[in-house]
Ligand binder design. Structure first.
Ligand code: GUN
Length: 299
């Protein structure tokens, strides 16, 4: 049976380190890291995510500001807010929660964020730095960065010669994690909906990352014995066994099957999920360190 990778415990370790380094930075320079979150509209999932990001920022000792705007906020008003936050020296990180309403050009808004405050790692400057291996100054998207910390716990920092297969090619997860694995010397294949014989390809992976958003798509016989399996999926499915109308969360991997074959595997929930918010705090602290002329803290 596989080792279960405890994302809650690793995420909590990251948070404890952020708290300690924040206290040191604040004691040395007099200002604490500042995170501004921006929520447009009333999407219930986004409300929960943004509230928990703001709460965690306060818990870390950050200056935490949440801007909640109505769904009909114009693109111009949003761009004006981003400009104001760019110029605000008390703010080190800006997070505009996605998705934005359809009448707003999300790319335009995200690209308006100063790259030095882009703690989501979505600005083209940061995407380019990651793509060219300039990791010393890049902001890396939080979920992929969190996945790498979990992989390092199992395999160490140098992944030389290992075969990695990433299922999913999104800009938020699939592409950035492929670049991180490449930077760590893996041989990387990015699979997607047009990939031929995906089960056979997945079986070649020493590190298998599933980020497609399809419940339990990766079966046990897709997993190479001893592989490290990272499940980024968070899918809510009906659970009639729990009662009428009840649901449960599952990943993109059929966990019960895969854990019999894998060497180590992340559960859902409690795997990658808690790492995302922890890495957002780490990125915000990093932005504050850079603004204070300090070097990047290691996580
Ligand atoms: N919506 C879902 N995930 C994310 C994320 O990582 N960052 C932002 N800004 N919005 C999201």
């Amino acid at each position: 049976m596989a080792d279960i990778i405890d994302g809650r415990a690793v995420g909590e370790e990251v948070i404890e380190k952020v708290k300690r380094l924040t206290a040191e930075l604040t004691a040395a320079g007099g200002t604490n890291p500042g995170l501004a979150t921006v929520l447009v509209g009333e999407d219930p999932a986004s409300q929960v995510y943004v509230a928990s990001k703001s709460r965690k920022a306060k818990e870390c000792g950050f200056h935490s500001v949440q801007h909640t705007l109505p769904a009909d906020t114009s693109e111009a008003a949003l761009l004006e807010l981003v400009e104001r936050l760019n110029a605000d020296r008390s703010i080190n990180g800006i997070l505009v929660q996605l998705p934005l309403p359809a009448h707003v050009d999300a790319t335009k808004v995200i690209q308006a964020i100063s790259p030095e405050k882009d703690v989501d790692g979505f600005h083209f400057i940061n995407v380019g730095k990651l793509g060219t291996g300039a990791l010393d100054t890049a902001f890396v998207p939080c979920t992929p960065a969190g996945c790498m910390l979990l992989i390092e716990r199992v395999r160490g920092k140098d992944l030389s010669g290992l075969n990695a297969v990433v299922i999913g090619r999104s800009n938020i997860v699939g592409k950035p994690i492929a670049n991180l694995l490449l930077a760590a010397n893996c041989t990387v294949t990015v699979a997607h909906s047009r990939t031929k014989d995906l089960p056979a390809l997945a079986r070649s992976a020493d590190i298998l990352v599933a980020a497609v958003g399809r419940p339990e798509m990766v079966r046990g016989d897709w997993v190479k014995p001893g592989a490290t399996v990272i499940d980024v999926g968070i899918n809510r499915i009906p659970a009639p066994d729990k009662g009428e109308g009840k649901t449960r969360l599952v990943g993109d991997v059929a966990f019960a099957e895969a854990e019999k074959v894998a060497g180590a595997i992340t559960p859902v929930p409690g795997g990658v999920g808690p790492m995302t918010i922890a890495l957002l705090m780490a990125n915000t602290l990093t932005a504050a360190c850079f603004a204070a002329g300090r070097k990047r803290p290691a996580f």
